[in-house]
Design a protein around this ligand. Sequence first.
Ligand SMILES: Cc1cc2nc3c(=O)[nH]c(=O)nc-3n(C[C@H](O)[C@H](O)[C@H](O)COP(=O)(O)OP(=O)(O)OC[C@H]3O[C@@H](n4cnc5c(N)ncnc54)[C@H](O)[C@@H]3O)c2cc1C
Length: 507
Amino acid sequence: MAKAKQGVAAEPRIYDTLIVGAGISGLCAAIKMKTAGYHDFRIIEKAQRVGGTWRENTYPGCGCDVPSSLYSFSFAPSSKWSHLFARQPEILSYLEEVSADFGINELIDFGTELDNARWDENQALWVLDTSVGGNKAQILARSVVFATGPITEAQIPALPGLETFKGEMFHSAKWNHDYDLTGKRVAVIGTGASAIQFVPQIQPKVKELHVFQRTAPWVLPKPDMNLGDTSKQLIDKLPVIQQVWRQTVAQSLNAINFGLRNPAALKPVSAAARQLLRVQVKDRALRKAVTPDFTLGCKRILFANNYYPALQADNANLIPHGLVAVDGNTVIAANGERHEVDVIIWGTGFEVSHPPIGRRVMNARGERLSEVWKNSSPEAFLGAALKDVPNAFLVLGPNVLVYDSFISLAEAQLDYIIDGLKTIKARGISRLTVNPTVLARHNARVQKHLKTTVFNSGGCKSYYLDQNGRNFAAWPWSLKALRQRLSSFNLADYDVHYGSAQKRTAA
Ligand SMILES: Cc1cc2nc3c(=O)[nH]c(=O)nc-3n(C[C@H](O)[C@H](O)[C@H](O)COP(=O)(O)OP(=O)(O)OC[C@H]3O[C@@H](n4cnc5c(N)ncnc54)[C@H](O)[C@@H]3O)c2cc1C
């Protein structure tokens, strides 16, 4: 790293590539680069540990909702999972182990945050301003991989009177483990993926649990299972079990994906969800209140066996309305229902349509990406290449979301990205940007095909849609089709300049 001020003026070190972020995507990028013989890179990570999502989210019950055989790197299967669906602490340990095993830790500058990234047209370089503790440092790189995460920014609604609340409050992504919930009156706001995991965990210890539900989610039975020592030993000895398990899960998710594109095919799955409701929710009024009013799949499908039972406990109260105001320690629902509480837990999800990295990156025209995206949401080519952002790729960017493991998506994208980085290097390319016509054509097709999917037509307001109702998140075809599109880097999709920075030749 080139320090901003040093005694002797040395030639600044220029990396081929800088990776920003050491979550699943950043680690995967580094491992795949090493494996591909691409060694001149460095990783910066603002935190002191790897893990991203799985380092930050530590709420009770936190775990993945995709079986771990698939929610793990294809090149690093594990036989240590305690359950079919792993819990957060073991996912974090897994990522730390993989990072150590593949020799990635020593390539990471921990505690180093990217503050500002700008493209220097004259030098054909990224100039990356970072802070390390209180100190500033600059890094130069020919290309950048932004592996800064798709679901990171906790969202808390600005509600009237919130400033008058004198109790404790925290978001599920920033769980306050020092606060003892025992015997407390608790308001949980939201019934999304995180809330349905932590509600059953906290319900037995609190005095009162008021769950504010704006929209009832579809909840499917979770086919989870404790994997005892014998199963783990067997999986360890016979890797074929792991492979078959992975393939079976992938096929099931592929079938769900087919349904998301052809909503009529999901009727049997909705029937299973309704059956769970009939079996688990005896009270008719409650059952009606927690029955979704949109097509299954329109919002992320949730899996839980213990959520509905928790809602029916004596100390639990489902309020089928959003929270609209706070008055002192009283929380007020849209229907006027009021409760005095000691703590508010925000299960209100994340801001995803305006990725925080946009505030840190300027495009080649000198515009900050957050400004470019202000009135809409990001657009990219294959979720990776952004308009006017040379020699840079985003991992898990817009319109690549398929109902599958994000790890599978990141792996597919990174094969493409690394192919691109190697192409830049091997061909002496000084500047590469996605061709605007290719980008526009690609996104027009994506948007056209999204129209008939359940995400757009299922009658819900989900996080896949931005403030204008444009679906910026989903990929409208299968994972196989995504993999195919990402299987090779086609230089014809890009505007390319060769040679030294000052004297460029158009391709
Ligand atoms: C609670 C929760 C549960 C989830 N469950 C599942 C699941 O079951 N299945 C699934 O497929 N997906 C799930 N996801 C989605 C999950 O985000 C992805 O699976 C995956 O973890 C994303 O990894 P990532 O590396 O791309 O991003 P992240 O994990 O967010 O990592 C990004 C990293 O970049 C670093 N960073 C960001 N900005 C900067 C900066 N300016 N400078 C330096 N470093 C920076 C961050 O500190 C972080 O370490 C879940 C998400 C959440 C929040």
